[in-house]
Design a protein. Structure first.
Length: 280
């Protein structure tokens, strides 16, 4: 039996409570229709990382889906800090979810629900960063890709297939263009130029921060990437809140560059790590 000391606490619609006691109405559109948005961040040294940027993206996602975030960024910030103290993990994942709420008899959306979950951070094995990963491509373009919606049906539908391909991530493509991974942004490096798609993808917070950090060391282009670009790329990597900068050495059966983690990717990883170290 769990003691009060090791309970996991969350926030739901105005209250901080044990996660085991939290419940949404079954007629909430987040449950019935997958109608809602979320954002996901992590802490470093116990402090939320790029919280302002994540909250701005949450509000933008909600705007795209015509959902009103029921409380202010300042209030969310305060709640997250209280939850981090109450759960007291060394480092944490933070998930903020805003659902569509209920549908009235007249067809109008009623107040959205907002909940915040805190989970202990479980870092990926360092071997993935040292040796790189394989990703597999799948023809798919997310609906309303600019919003971080609750609809990850395709991602989860493909997990068994991904595992059979012995791949770490799924890389979505559409009409010959490389878009984004299922939960990451995608970059290639060619002639010391960082290239990443901008159209029809979710612009990740880690992605955006990296572009700013890298511009003094690399040429940076936001443009379409094709399969031919993959074949001639020197290096590749993905970015995400929970993956940071993770090298990609193989896409389907295409070996990227030498098939090993390249020097420029290592430099990019070091740039990001230096930034993290600077905010201690």
């Amino acid at each position: 039996m769990k003691t009060k000391k090791n309970l996991n606490y969350c926030y739901l619609n105005g209250k901080i409570m044990p996660k085991a006691k939290a419940a949404l109405d079954l007629d909430d559109l987040g449950i019935l229709r997958g109608y809602g948005v979320f954002d996901f961040l992590r802490t470093y040294h116990g402090q939320p990382f790029l919280l302002k940027e994540h909250l701005a993206r949450l509000r933008q996602s909600a705007k795209v889906l015509n959902i009103k975030v029921p409380i202010s960024e300042k209030k969310i910030n305060t709640i997250i800090k209280r939850l981090l103290q109450k759960n007291n993990y060394k480092d944490s994942n933070v998930r903020i979810v805003v659902t569509g709420g209920k549908l009235s008899h007249s067809g109008h959306l009623q107040s959205a629900s907002l909940f915040i979950l805190i989970e202990p951070l479980k870092p990926w094995p360092r071997s993935l960063y040292a040796h790189g990963i394989k990703v597999v491509t799948f023809e798919y373009q997310k609906d309303m890709a600019q919003a971080k919606s609750l609809n990850y049906a395709m991602t989860y539908r493909l997990q068994d297939w991904r595992r059979k391909q012995k791949a770490f991530e799924i890389l979505y493509t559409y009409q010959g263009k490389i878009l984004e991974a299922s939960s990451s942004n995608f970059f290639i490096i060619k002639n010391k130029t960082l290239i990443t798609p901008k159209d029809n993808v979710l612009l990740g917070v880690t992605r955006n921060k990296l572009l700013k950090l890298a511009k003094n060391k690399f040429k940076v282009l936001e443009k379409n990437i094709t399969f031919q670009d993959l074949k001639t790329a020197d290096e590749a990597f993905i970015t995400a809140t929970n993956k940071e900068i993770m090298p990609v050495v193989k896409v389907d059966n295409i070996k990227i560059g030498s098939g090993r983690v390249g020097q420029h990717t290592k430099q990019v990883m070091a740039l990001f790590q230096d930034y993290i170290d600077s905010i201690k």
